[in-house]
Write a protein that binds this ligand. Structure first.
Ligand code: HEC
Ligand code: HEC
Length: 210
């Protein structure tokens, strides 16, 4: 009984995501919207699946782009990101042209629902690196990591992952960088600093969870 109820929740979500994705992916702005967030994070990976927070996040946050991982941003950051998104859903955001063409089918959360989404994202947020604990981050040994890994979100706490996990995460972040920096049809920005992966990994591995 519980299982079938859960299954129904997942199936409803899968439909919702499929429908939403189809709407934006097939819009003339699909290629741009597709690149806003990478397709690395699936609804089934959301923490506390089936909770009101997870359900609302799926219901509202896949209407224009791929699903965001709650662990992408730290707790302090999420309220302002969600506020920017809700304004857009309500038709008051920037990117007016692109967004208003899509607005027809887009629904916005109520104030109460917005609070639930923000609380949910904050609960499962990234723990930021504390520079007092890792002063090396501001030394030359931390430079490659500091510059590369603070472009899209705060620097993550190295204790979040083991050495083996960090290798996989950094490889995925390289894909995320390619995905998010490149709008289909354009070339990567020339003169962009090279990613010093070995130095980044050396820093993370030194301070990783044992
Ligand atoms: C009406 C369309 C729309 C909806 C719905 C939407 N977003 Fe966005 N989102 C955008 C656009 C456009 C951008 C790129 C511009 C920007 O970053 O503001 C974006 C960018 C993002 C980014 C990457 C930029 C950053 O600050 O990290 C995240 C994360 C994000 N959205 C999370 C969410 C969450 C969480 C929700 C649900 C509460 C959501 N979005 C709902 C349009 C939308
Ligand atoms: C181009 C933007 C971008 C850059 C640059 C970036 N990230 Fe991320 N990061 C993301 C996105 C998007 C997510 C959420 C989706 C995901 O987890 O793949 C994320 C999530 C994370 C998470 C939380 C999820 C987890 O698996 O623990 C960690 C930790 C992380 N990034 C570490 C890093 C590190 C280390 C670097 C530098 C090598 C880095 N990021 C650079 C975009 C970026």
């Amino acid at each position: 009984m519980l299982f079938s109820a859960l299954l129904l929740v997942f199936m409803a979500n899968a439909d919702e995501i499929g429908d939403a994705r189809k709407r934006w992916a097939e819009s003339p702005h699909g290629p741009l919207l597709e690149r806003i967030l990478p397709p690395t994070f699936e609804a089934t990976q959301l923490p506390e699946p089936g909770s009101p927070g997870a359900r609302l996040t799926i219901g509202y946050c896949v209407q224009c782009h791929n699903l965001a991982n709650p662990a992408m941003h730290n707790a302090a950051r999420w309220p302002s990101v969600v506020e920017r998104m809700v304004k857009r859903m309500a038709g008051r955001g920037n990117l007016g042209g692109v967004m208003s063409e899509m607005m027809a089918g887009v629904k916005a959360p109520s104030a109460e629902e917005t609070r639930t989404i923000v609380a949910y994202l904050r609960k499962h947020a990234q723990t930021p690196l504390d520079p007092a604990r890792y002063p090396e981050v501001n030394a030359p040994a931390g430079e490659a990591f500091r510059l590369a890994c603070s472009q899209c979100h705060v620097l993550p706490d190295p204790q979040r992952h083991s050495v083996a996990e960090w290798r996989a995460v950094v490889a995925r972040m390289q894909e995320n960088m390619e995905w998010m920096n490149r709008v289909v049809g354009t070339k990567p920005v020339p003169g962009e600093p090279q990613l010093r992966v070995e130095e980044i990994l050396a820093f993370l591995e030194k301070h990783a969870r044992r």
